[in-house]
Structure formats: structure tokens, C-alpha cells
Design a protein around this ligand. Structure first.
Ligand code: EPZ
Length: 428
């Protein structure tokens, strides 16, 4: 196991290039199963979650070739096989292969994904959509089986605008007979990127990015090439890195439109943000508290809740953050309090009283974005912060320590040797 050792050493300055989006590439890799042709994906991030999705595709017979940030996927030998628990439990997004496998082969068997640190993560809306297209779904022994001679277009209303359910249903509908309508669909940019990928394969998806998506099924889909959109959550994380250290960071490879809610809330704290031809420049410190509520897009993204809470810990005054998307996404609060933060949880809200400076301490990452928040807090703390269980972070942030070091941060990856003496300097 490895840890990050971080020493709060002042403002971060410089330029970083944002990677391709984890939450766009995972559904698009799953969607490649819709064709027996070949797909070439560009700007694919080097993440543990991408590696797990590659393992799953290879499990079905896909032939993958990775070269730098390109991923070539050849699916002409793909055959249905049960998606095993040990792969699905590693990464919930594995469940996104259900729609493509069902609509391509008429049957799919996949392990129930299980919950995770941030919530129970049910899949009822995924199944509601597939059933609306005529799938016969059975549950047993920890697996879900779905069968359908041929899916037929249907209408499904999503009780919650679930990103994964919208994506799974969209993929299943792309080869169904007739028209499928998804009401109250998720509007996230990653859903739009998936729709663009399916349309590049010869599909007919309309309305992605709105709350109503219509998919006209086609007979077959062909391979295509596609460049993954930039990762708006990685970008937002580095925007907070600039704000929390009072630095000056320019982000390249961003789509500013995707960052509007994060940009708006950071501006409210007093941080300055300029749109330049290179991308986005974030500079200056936050000087006032801010209140926010996480919501489905175009609301403030839940994946930025923990990073923003880290910033709130350093803002003067009282800030409030309400998490409306997941039921248990405050696991980072107790770890931030170990760094001296003053946070009170009241139901689905956290009340954050800003403190002058945080103090370095040993903390552990409980999930991907919580881990990122602890790194950000360590960058603004006096002394050394040791973040453990960093495998969570590596699921979603490629080379985060190198990028931060290039901006002047003192951060090192070290093996976690168990009970190390507290207080070692980074130089030790
Ligand atoms: C996607 O997860 C993202 N993951 C998550 O990012 C992100 O936080 C989430 O969307 C919300 O934006 C990927 O894209 C791989 P949901 P997903 O279905 O699709 C409830 C990260 O850190 N729900 O939109 O699983 C669910 O319980 C990760 O990068 C149902 O009730 O999220 C939750 O409360 C974390 N029934 C809410 O919807 C269902 O069938 C949002 O979940 C499905 C979901």
C-alpha cells in the first residue's frame, strides 16, 4: 500500500493539462460492445478504473491495444459470458456493459454491483428501463440475468436522473426495434459524449444533454474513432488547488461550459477565473464563505462536493454544503476534522466554520473524491499530511502527484510501512 506525504508549502503556480474524462471513457468503452467492428479511442486516461474496464472487455473476448493515450478495441470475437463478481465489485461502472451485451446478444448475466462508501448505489432504474424495452429480468445467487429475443423501443421515466441508468438504457435502445424515450434523463456532459460516440457508430440518439432523450434503434452499429472529452472533475479539483493555496494555475484541455457551476461557486468565494485561449486561469484566494447544494447537471456536481468542502475549511466565516445526490457522501468530514477543520453535519448538510490554517496530520482516503479533498487540504496545512489508502485516488486521477509537483507542491508517494513515526519531514 502507498501513501502521499504532503507539505503545505504555499501557492501553486503554473499550467496543467487535463486528462480525458473517466466518467466519459468508461461508458464509451462499454458501448464499443455494440459493434463487431473496431473502435479507436483517443485521450484515454491512464486510470485503474480504465484498466478494470479493459479486463472486463477482454473477459468477453475483446482484443485491446493501448498506446499512450490511444486505445484500440476490436470486438469481432466478442461472445457473451457472465460478468464475474470479482470484476464488477472492483468498479460499479462495470454494470454499464449490461445494456450493450443484452441488445447485441439477447442475453446477459452480470453480478450485482453492490454498494460502496458513498451509498447503496441501487440499479432499479437501469432495470426499469431494460424491462420497458421488453427484457425478462431475473435475480438469483448475486447475479442478474436479462434476456430478450429482440429489445423493442419503449418509454421510461427515471424517478431520479441517474447517469448510469440513462447511459445503460441509451446503449440498449441503440440496437432495439423502434423508438425509445427516456424521460427525466441525466444531462451530464458524459452522457452527451456517449451519445456522440453512438451516433458516430451510425446510431440515432437525439436530445442527449436535455431531460428527454430519444433513441431510434438501428440494425447494426459500426466501429468508429472518438476523442474523449476532458475530465471536468479533474479540472475542478485543480481549480480548487489554485484557490486553496492562493495560487495561479492555468488549465489546458478544458470545456469551460462543463465547468460553469464550479466556476460560479469559486467566483462567489472571491477567487478570480479568466477564460483564456489556453483554457481557464484560476488565481487568488477565496476570501468569503459560500453555500452550495449538489444537484444533477447542470447543478453543482456531487463529485466536486468533497474538494469544495476542503476549500470551505479555509474560507473565513461559515459555509454550508448540502449533498442531495448520494446518501452517504460525507466520509471525508471526519478526516478533514483530523486536520483541524471545524465541520458539523446536520442531516444532508455540512456546516463548515473556516479556520485560519489547517494542521498536517495522518488521514485516510475513504473514496476517490474524498481522497482528492484530503490532498487539497494537505496542500493548505501547516506541517506534513500523510494520506493513506491512496488506491482510491488513483482510480480517478492520473499522475496527480506529478501534476501537483509541477506546480510547486511538495508531495511524495511512499510505501505505507504501518506505524511510522508521526512528524517525519518530507526530506527524511
Ligand atoms: C455516475 O455514477 C458517476 N460515475 C459518479 O462519479 C457520479 O458521482 C454520479 O454519476 C452522479 O453524477 C460514473 O459515471 C462512472 P447515478 P452513477 O446513477 O451513474 C440513485 C466519481 O467519483 N440511483 O447518477 O452510479 C443513486 O442511489 C463517481 O467519479 C437509483 O436510485 O450515479 C444515487 O443516489 C462517483 N437507482 C443517484 O441516483 C438507480 O438505478 C445518482 O446515481 C441508479 C441510481
Amino acid at each position: 500500500m502507498a501513501c502521499f506525504w504532503i507539505s503545505g508549502k504555499g501557492p501553486l503556480k503554473g499550467k496543467v493539462t487535463v486528462n480525458g474524462s473517466k466518467n466519459a471513457v468508461l461508458p464509451i468503452m462499454a458501448a464499443s460492445l455494440l459493434t463487431d467492428g473496431s473502435c479507436m479511442l483517443e485521450d484515454v486516461p491512464g486510470l485503474e478504473d480504465v484498466h478494470v474496464m479493459c479486463e472486463l472487455l477482454e473477459h468477453f473476448g475483446c482484443m485491446l491495444r493501448r498506446k499512450n493515450k490511444s486505445l484500440h478495441i476490436n470486438n469481432n470475437r466478442v461472445r457473451p459470458a457472465p460478468a464475474p463478481y470479482d470484476l464488477v465489485r472492483k468498479m460499479r461502472a462495470s454494470f454499464l456493459v449490461m445494456g450493450p451485451m443484452l441488445t447485441r446478444f439477447g442475453r446477459v448475466k452480470i453480478s450485482l454491483p453492490g454498494g460502496c462508501a458513498i451509498g447503496t448505489r441501487p440499479i432499479d432504474l437501469h432495470l426499469k428501463g431494460l424491462a420497458a424495452m421488453g427484457a425478462d429480468i431475473t435475480l438469483g445467487h448475486g447475479y442478474i440475468e436479462a434476456r430478450a429475443e429482440k429489445l423493442t423501443g419503449g418509454m421510461v421515466y427515471l424517478d431520479f436522473p441517474s447517469v448510469g441508468a440513462t447511459e445503460n438504457i441509451m446503449m440498449a435502445a441503440s440496437l432495439a426495434d423502434g423508438l425509445t424515450t427516456i424521460e427525466n434523463a441525466a444531462e451530464e456532459p458524459e452522457v452527451i459524449d456517449l451519445a456522440n460516440f453512438i451516433n458516430s457508430m451510425g446510431g440515432h440518439v437525439r436530445g442527449a444533454g436535455t431531460d428527454t432523450v430519444r433513441i431510434e434503434g438501428v440494425k447494426e452499429l459500426k466501429g468508429c474513432s472518438h476523442t474523449i472529452i476532458p475530465d471536468r472533475i479533474e479540472a475542478g479539483t485543480f481549480m480548487v488547488a489554485a484557490a486553496i493555496t492562493g495560487g495561479d494555475i492555468t488549465l489546458a484541455n478544458v470545456i469551460c461550459e462543463h465547468l460553469r457551476p464550479v466556476e460560479a461557486k469559486l467566483r462567489e468565494t472571491g477567487v478570480m477565473i479568466d477564460r483564456t485561449e489556453e483554457g481557464l486561469r484560476v488565481h487568488g484566494s477565496g476570501c468569503r464563505p459560500v453555500n452550495l447544494k449538489t444537484l444533477p447537471h447542470p447543478g453543482f456536481p456531487t463529485d466536486m462536493q468533497a474538494p469544495m468542502m476542503a476549500l470551505m475549511c479555509t474560507l473565513p466565516g461559515i459555509s454550508m454544503i448540502t449533498e442531495t445526490v448520494f446518501e452517504n457522501r460525507f466520509m471525508h468530514v471526519s478526516e478533514l476534522k483530523r486536520l483541524g477543520a471545524r465541520i458539523t453535519i446536520e442531516g444532508r448538510s455540512a456546516i463548515v466554520e473556516g479556520v485560519g490554517r489547517l494542521q498536517g496530520a495522518e488521514v485516510k482516503a475513504t473514496d476517490l473524491r474524498a481522497g482528492a479533498a484530503l490532498i487539497l487540504a494537505g496542500l493548505a496545512a501547516d506541517g506534513v499530511t500523510r494520506v493513506m489508502d491512496i488506491h482510491h485516488i488513483e482510480r480517478g486521477y492520473e499522475g496527480i502527484e506529478e501534476k501537483l509537483r509541477s506546480l510547486g507542491a511538495e508531495i511524495e508517494r511512499r510505501p505505507c510501512l504501518g506505524h511510522e513515526k508521526a512528524g517525519w519531514s518530507l526530506k527524511a
